[in-house]
Every structure is written in C-alpha cells, then in structure tokens.
Unconditional design. Structure first.
Length: 89
C-alpha cells in the first residue's frame, strides 16, 4: 500500500508527415471522376502515370559520350579536308 502513485511518463507521439505527389494526384483524379471502383478506372490512371514517367525518364536521359566523340571527330575530319583543299586552291 502506497501513499501516492508515481506518475507515468508521457507517451511520445510522433507522426511523420511527408508529401507524396503521385498519391495526391491519384486522389485528385479519383475525386474528379467520382466514386468509381472499377478495374478499368484504376488501370487507366496507372497507364497514364506510367507513360508520363517513361516520358520524364527519356527527357532526363543524358546524351551518350560515344555519340559526342563520334560527331566531334567527324567535324574535325571535315574541317581538316576543308582546310587542306582551300590551301591548294
């Protein structure tokens, strides 16, 4: 039997928050087209998002170094032939 009860420590309640643009866009599309739980609706949204992701990935892809070296060498060869033929003229 105790005269007083010790206080319990307060619980640490941390709820992480983050922003997911894909999820928000999906929720906006669902709200725009109404409550449609059909398979075709989800497939259409997924297809559209996949195509947009592929397009963004293609835009971000850098130019291959080998192509740059090939174009530069062709330009240098053309410049060399141009300058040698101009001297003989």
């Amino acid at each position: 039997m105790a005269f007083f009860t010790p206080k319990k420590p307060r619980k640490f309640e941390y709820k992480p928050r983050f922003y997911d643009p894909k999820k928000e866009e999906l929720e906006q599309l669902k709200a725009k087209y109404g409550p449609n739980d059909g398979e075709s609706f989800n497939r259409r949204i997924t297809f559209r998002k996949t195509m947009q992701d592929k397009k963004d990935e293609k835009i971000k892809k850098p130019i291959p170094v080998l192509r740059i070296i090939l174009i530069a060498s062709l330009l240098l060869i053309a410049l060399y032939f141009l300058l040698t033929f101009v001297e003989k003229w």
